[in-house]
Design a protein around this ligand. Structure first.
Ligand code: NAD
Length: 321
């Protein structure tokens, strides 16, 4: 990886991945792109271009102009937003991925894109979900994610593109708010714990889903991209996870630091139905065995860090006002 193009770089993952890549490979070696522009460290810390991934020509032109040898494709419409607008989701998630893969094929570039636990469905074994198993998702996002996994496998087999990817669980972070997924509650709960001392969850008590703290997600991407290709049996869509948790688990972890914190429920049927169709816990042993994946943060460690970082952000905001 000498020159890296990142699509959807202003989202929850990109806003932490781009600075980390720039730290490792050099600021001018990471070309951040997104359909929108906001003034932050991604836009101001190195090359940035406006790019709509549904425009295949523009994507290829930018990749060629910067002579990139790696494409990290993050632009996407997440699960809850995709259910609101399934046709837009198909266009961004499928045509965007195809365009990015085509650019990788044309430039003989390495390719990374994340799949999701949303690629599983109600007929998938829900506990310790295997790497290779039934995938019949019932959401547009899930349909897009399975198709994306298959496309990446196809581009590797048919055209020899060095495609790699993971199935991320819900990601928890403090830098950028999540973009409209089903596991967003797991981020909101920390913000509300600090701001209001209470949180109303749209996900029902007892609904287990996999989660991971952003530093582990960023480390997983970099580690997989640097892995010896000869050791990769799967290449795309590796199950990765750090914890299987339900809303009450977060409340108990938060109460250790904010004892008066309370949790209530007001279930959103749309996001609850999506959550119910996803696994309770996934098996990440293929990622562990093939490229050494290991998460550092469990719920306790993550909670301590999240609360500390969010409190510091709040103090910064007060100081700047
Ligand atoms: P996000 O919603 O936070 O960010 C997506 C970015 O894509 C946004 O900055 C948006 O402006 C941009 N975008 C939207 N339409 C675009 C277009 N047409 N052209 C270019 N850019 C466009 O998403 P994220 O959480 O950073 O997710 C990145 C990837 O990781 C996605 O493939 C997602 O499915 C996957 N993933 C994320 C999570 C999670 O919890 N965040 C979990 C599993 C998988």
């Amino acid at each position: 990886m000498k020159k890296i193009l990142v699509t959807g770089a202003l989202g929850q993952i990109g806003s932490e991945l781009v600075p980390k890549l720039r730290e490792i490979y050099g600021a001018d070696k990471v070309i951040a792109t997104d359909i929108r522009r906001i003034e932050n460290q991604v836009v101001n810390g190195g090359p940035f271009e406006i790019l709509d991934v549904t425009n295949g020509k523009a994507l290829l032109d930018i990749a060629k102009k910067h002579n990139v040898d790696t494409i990290m494709h993050l632009a996407c419409l997440l699960s809850a937003k995709a259910e609101d607008n399934p046709l837009l989701a198909w266009n961004i998630n499928m045509n965007g991925t195809l365009n990015a893969l085509e650019a990788a094929r044309e430039l003989d570039a390495k390719f990374f894109t994340p799949s999701s636990i949303g690629a599983f469905g109600p007929t998938t074994p829900a506990d310790n979900t295997p790497q290779d198993t039934i995938q019949r998702p019932t959401t547009m996002y899930g349909v897009n994610k399975v198709s994306g996994e298959l496309l990446c496998d196809y581009y590797h087999k048919r055209f020899g593109v060095d495609t790699r990817g993971v199935r991320f669980p819900g990601l928890i972070s403090y830098e950028t708010l999540p973009g409209g997924g089903t596991t967003d509650y797991a981020v909101d709960i920390y913000y509300k714990a600090i701001q209001d001392g209470t949180y109303t969850s749209y996900i029902k008590e007892g609904t287990y889903m996999d989660m991971m703290y952003m530093p582990d997600a960023i480390q997983a991407i970099i580690q997989l991209m640097q892995a010896d290709p000869d050791k990769l049996v799967h290449r795309n869509a590796f199950n990765v996870t750090a914890m299987s948790v339900e809303p009450k688990d977060f409340a108990i972890a938060i109460q250790k630091y904010i004892p008066s914190f309370t949790l209530n429920y007001e279930v959103d049927p749309v996001r609850q139905a999506i959550a119910d169709s996803w696994p309770n816990s996934i098996d990440a042993s293929a990622a562990k065995n093939e490229w050494g994946f290991k998460a550092k943060y469990d719920l306790e460690k993550m909670t301590e860090d999240m609360l500390e970082k969010l409190k510091a952000k709040q103090l910064d905001r007060v100081a700047n006002n």
